[in-house]
Design a protein around this ligand. Structure first.
Ligand code: OSB
Ligand code: MG
Length: 368
């Protein structure tokens, strides 16, 4: 694959409803898309970062800078045997995994098309119908959240995740459990707590959550070890895990019993597979997280979710939960059983809608 041309675009995509986590509220997504052209094939990737550096330190602006000034110059004009080869050249550039992942993902899309394979098969996937959960943001009122849960369960989703923070936690989870005693339920704190909140976090044990996601510091492992010793709810790490080595260390230290894998956070498919393999060797289940992706990132998440260690329902859900109109054709849909059937066509399996992407673009730069 000779990389002839790379194009960056930043689009603005309004969410149907605001999405609130412990670190803030999102109403419009500003998403950097990476388009790579190679010998007649076109591949796409999406930078998963938020608009502000609250989940991690990346923003659309830092991603644009790192792509333009460091990553694209390494890739453009060169002949690549496989997308797997990108990661070693990226390694000297510290961090900025979401920028790296977007470019690597686009090359994987091209490689799959070139080989006439669906991307999920190329990366070694085997699950053809992936189990789906939903992630529900913090609301003004508990009743609104209860209504949202009811609706998602009626749509067939297999697992409910709710965002929590101090003051929106024990009471909320208690009310959910009262109304939905048997639902597969979990909570995501996005680093809103510290060990000072141990007593409060212990109170969650009574609700038999599947897991609590990233309760402590966004870059912490050791305090999570302390916490996991004290609570029976399994800890799942999200923000703290960036590589296979991070996963190995966290599991061996006892910081978590489950790991959420995001392509962007770990820096692409090669790294995601390393995290997956590190977990699988240690019998730790993984699931695919989401970052409010447009259809392009969503389609990559579907491919990732087919790896055999993805045994728990993930956060990959239907396009229509987030967007009035997605930027891919077909949109991502979920069956009445709460599953996504993987596409059979070569590459990503969902075609980017060029006209719509162009209309939504607010910034654009071409590299040749
Ligand atoms: O921590 O999983 C998270 C959204 C934005 C930032 C962080 C997270 C999330 C989600 C949304 O939970 C999952 C989705 O894309 O549906
Ligand atoms: Mg999370």
């Amino acid at each position: 694959m000779k990389v002839d041309r790379i194009e960056l675009r930043q689009i603005e995509l309004p969410l149907l409803h605001y999405f609130e986590t412990s670190f803030g509220r999102t109403t419009v997504r500003r998403i950097v898309l990476v388009r790579v052209d190679s010998g007649g094939a076109t591949g796409w990737g999406e930078v998963a970062c938020g608009e502000a550096p609250f989940y991690n330190y990346e923003t659309p602006e830092t991603a644009w800078h790192i792509l333009r000034d460091f990553l694209i110059p390494q890739v453009l004009g060169k002949e690549w045997k496989t997308a797997s080869d990108l990661i070693s050249g990226f390694a000297p550039i510290r961090g900025h995994n979401m920028a790296k992942a977007a470019l690597e993902c686009a090359l994987w899309d091209i490689e799959a098309q070139t080989k006439g394979l669906p991307l999920w098969k190329l990366i070694g996937g085997s699950i053809t119908e992936i189990p789906c959960g939903v992630s529900l943001g913090i609301q003004e009122k508990i009743d609104t959240l209860l209504g949202n849960i009811q609706k998602e369960l009626e749509s067939g989703y297999q697992r409910i995740k709710v965002k929590i923070k101090p003051g929106w936690d024990v009471e909320v989870i208690g009310k959910i459990r009262q109304r939905f005693p048997r639902v597969a339920l979990m909570a995501d704190a996005n680093s809103a707590y510290s060990l000072k909140d141990l007593d409060r976090l212990k109170l969650l044990d009574q609700f038999f959550l599947m897991m609590i996601e990233q309760p402590l510091g966004w870059d912490d492992i050791l305090d999570h070890v302390r916490l996991q010793r004290e609570i029976s709810t399994p800890v799942c790490l999200d923000e703290s895990i960036h590589s296979g080595d991070d996963a190995r260390k966290a599991i061996e230290a006892g910081a978590c019993k489950i790991i959420n894998i995001k392509l962007g956070r770990v820096g692409g498919y090669v790294s995601a597979r390393r995290v997956h393999d590190a977990c699988r060797e240690r019998r730790v289940p993984v699931w695919c997280g989401g970052m409010l992706e447009s259809g392009i990132g969503r389609a990559h998440n579907i491919a990732l979710s087919t790896l055999p260690g993805f045994t728990l329902p993930g956060d990959v859900s239907a396009s229509k939960r987030y967007w009035a109109e997605d930027i891919i054709d077909p949109e991502v849909t979920v069956t009445a059983q709460g599953t996504i059937r993987v596409p059979e066509s070569p590459g990503l399996g969902f075609a980017p809608r060029l006209d719509r992407i162009e209309k939504l673009a607010r910034r654009r730069e071409v590299f040749e």
